[in-house]
Design a protein around this ligand. Sequence first.
Ligand code: ADP
Length: 459
Amino acid sequence: MNKISIKLAAFFLGIILFFSLLSFVAVMFLSRQVDEEIARDQRELAMTIQALRSQTSLSIEDIISVIIRSNYRLRPVGILDPTDLGLDTHQSLDDGGIVILHEGPFKGTSTVLHLGDSYVRIGMQPQYNIFQIWFSRLWTSFALYLLIAAALVVALTRKVVHPVLELTEATQEVAKGNFDIQIESSRNDEIGRLTDNFNLMVRQLRDIEYLRKDFISNVSHEIKTPLASIRGFAALLQNPGITEEERAEYSEVIVEEATRLANLSSTLLSLTKLENQERVETHTKFYLDEQIRHAVLVLEPHWSRKDLNFSIELQEVEIQANEELLQQVWLNLIGNAIKFSPEEAEIELCLTASGSHAEVVVRDHGMGISRENLPRIFEKFFQVESARSGEGSGLGLSLVKRIIDLQHGRVDVDSTPGKGTRFVVTLPLNCSHDSSTVPLPMSRKPQHRNPASLARGPV
Ligand code: ADP
């Protein structure tokens, strides 16, 4: 019985049934008892009348006036219709007997007796009928039933209303911004489920609130550092005694920090925009292999500075997706691979297509990511401590994840500290289709190529 409606219906039906039964038993018992009492009373009266009649010379009218009773009406009856009473009854009357007539609950019980040449009928006073007798004896029970029923109804109503009141109070607390509130409930009905959902909602609101505060503090932190650096170097520039060399160096730092700020704000804007979007335009058809080559070429200043080698295996794959956003994905992943690789290391890029999906693997042999940090790298502003001082802001992989999600793909990562990291991006060849069966990434061995060969591919 999990539904309140069923519980209430069962409860009220139970009350009705219980009290109906109780009333029925009481009435049955009482009506028989009352009937017997009345018959006994009337028989005694009849016998008194007979005795008075036989032992005194009083007329019937005198006898009636002597033994008058408030609840019985005594009437002399001249002639009785034998068919009224039945012949047997009539005969026993004529033999001097007393006859008790049970005439149903409305007419009640009456007694007829034969006195000489006439009859006397003892009946109930019209204003003193059996219902009044019942009521006079039952009203205490009725009052008791009513009291018990009212107490039960009040108890049940309180049981139903109490959690609703609790929920109302808790909702008001949440409206005031208190997200620590939780309501205890062990119920398994609609109210129990409502309470569970309320608790869940409050927990989620608390998480959102926590994320919001965390986000603001992260943004402030990321802005504060370059701003402090710009202010410091700008102040140094104001010093008239500095050399030309120092002036150039300080200006360069200011330009770098300003660029970092500009990058941060544009990445943040892109991420916020994408997070508020449910879908992106995915109508453009283009070659994924060309796009990846282009990303490598764009990053040339970075990898050539470190003298890195690329091992590239790119199958020709045409894809329908958002070209601009995907370009951002490769720039971030390959950019990270470059950033976290030691000098002269190798980076592997592999693109394959099977069935309706394409798979891109970006693998480096750099510092790797520890087990405890690995699940957090897609969080906004997350940076491994050793990477904090670098040029990143911890937003790149969040952006990657959001872009891939919006195009119904997936991104997986595995990493071994000190040995390197492998990112696997799986995308539907037509990203406008939601594909719930994106296959799990496969591992394969890439062929080695020289970065110089990239230039030959169409860019
Ligand atoms: P950032 O802009 O700081 O690189 P990301 O969101 O791109 O931010 O990456 C978050 C963190 O994940 C980085 O600070 C780094 O610690 C770690 N990370 C990402 N890619 C790699 C990689 N290829 N090798 C090692 N660590 C990585």
